[in-house]
Design a protein around this ligand. Structure first.
Ligand SMILES: [Ca+2]
Ligand SMILES: [Ca+2]
Ligand SMILES: [Ca+2]
Length: 380
């Protein structure tokens, strides 16, 4: 235990303006974080910091290309404070290699940050911005629920190993891309979130959504929305982003609520090309009456309190103005929900399950070509 008189009032200035490497470990009792220079850790800790108490252990590594390695044992107390890493300028790395670290903040103002969650490591975080996130085989990154705007994950590259998990809970994600939009890959990762059992595919999931049953994560290409910001974070005006939003099934205009506007989108694309923004609000690959049913079932949810708390962003492209809108409402209200074929949530899951099974061969093929990672790195 650190004597109370030795605990500094604030942690900072650990780093230099040059390139620094630190390793964060736990002591044998789990009562203290220990920060060492180097990786592997060298000598005695340069900082010892109790795991109990409020506020994170803050590591500011300042300028230079810095690397922080987090290698915790499994004895981190449930109530332990987390770790905040501020990489500053330069090309910075945060690498979690062991244990179940809680990262309360990670950023690199004026620099870049590449984050890596090692094989089998379970990291929790409160959202972050990084150039890249790599999750090794069997590793997971859980973004804590109720993150609000601060829970938004912003990335340029995402690489996930076999059986790895990114659990966004009720938080959104923005993936900036160059070249072709990796929308299908992202949707595929999200559908993988419904896999249980021994399938080795990496997955993006929402534990909160799976529990709620009427919400999940939906990926769209910002080229189809044209949002200039997301949850207060400015987006590149090229609109080359995949946006993953936690929203209601049936929220096909992507505004976090289910109202008449969502019917209009289905009307305008009925029988057409299946895409969320075209009205495929149950993600079964067709735009048909079942999409009305999903909207019926969730109608009114989020109205006045939309998920994400943002103003409506879109009427999907191709939506005609008021006349069509009114016509759409008439169509939508022609038929009482009870008279429609009424697949429920479990039907949608069954359809996805069949899709996943059908895709199993190609997935395996991809796995053979690239055993280690399904990666968006190097696209474009
Ligand atoms: Ca730095
Ligand atoms: Ca909506
Ligand atoms: Ca559909």
């Amino acid at each position: 235990m650190l004597a109370s008189g030795v605990v500094p009032a604030a942690v900072g200035g650990l780093g230099t303006e040059g390139d620094d490497v630190f390793t964060v470990k736990l002591d044998a009792t789990g009562e203290n974080y220990e920060v060492f220079e180097g990786s592997p850790a060298m000598g005695s800790p340069v900082l010892t910091w109790p795991t109990s108490g409020s506020g994170p252990l803050v590591l500011e590594t300042l300028g230079g290309n810095d690397r922080v390695v987090v290698s915790l044992g499994l004895n981190l107390p449930e109530t332990a404070r987390g770790i905040a890493v501020h990489g500053g300028a330069g090309n910075n790395e945060l690498v979690a290699v062991h244990g179940r670290p809680r990262i309360e903040a990670m950023d690199a103002v004026g620099g870049t940050l590449n984050a890596s969650v090692g094989a089998g490591v379970q990291m929790t975080s409160n959202g972050f911005a990084a150039q890249s996130l790599t999750i090794g085989s069997g590793g997971s990154l859980i973004v804590a629920p109720n993150g609000g705007p601060g829970g938004l994950v912003v990335l340029e590259d995402l690489a996930m190993g076999q059986l790895s998990t990114l659990d966004l809970n009720d938080n959104d994600l923005v993936l900036n891309y160059e070249g072709g939009a990796p929308l299908e890959e992202m949707q595929s990762l999200i559908l993988n979130g419904f896999i249980d059992g021994d399938n080795i595919a990496p997955r993006i999931t929402s534990t909160v959504g799976r529990a709620a049953g009427d919400t999940y994560l939906v990926a769209v290409d910002n080229a189809g929305i044209g949002a200039d910001e997301w949850l207060g974070v400015p987006l590149d005006p090229s609109h080359q982003q995949i946006i993953v939003k936690y929203t209601y099934f049936g929220d096909v205009n992507f505004d976090g609520q289910i109202n008449a506007q969502d019917y209009v989108v289905v009307d305008n694309h009925f029988g057409g090309t299946a895409a969320w923004l075209n009205g495929d609000g149950n993600l079964d690959g067709v735009i048909d009456a079942n999409d009305y049913v999903i909207i019926d079932n969730n109608f009114g949810k989020g109205v006045g309190d939309p998920l994400g708390g943002v103003e409506p962003v879109v009427a999907s492209e191709g939506n005609a103005p008021l006349a069509t809108e009114l016509a759409g409402l008439a169509i939508a209200s022609d038929e009482a929900p009870a008279e429609r074929s009424a697949p429920d949530w479990s039907d949608a899951l069954a359809v996805w399950g069949a899709q996943l099974e059908a895709e199993g061969t190609s997935r395996t093929g991809r796995g053979t070509r690239d055993r280690a990672l399904l990666s968006f790195l190097g696209r474009g």
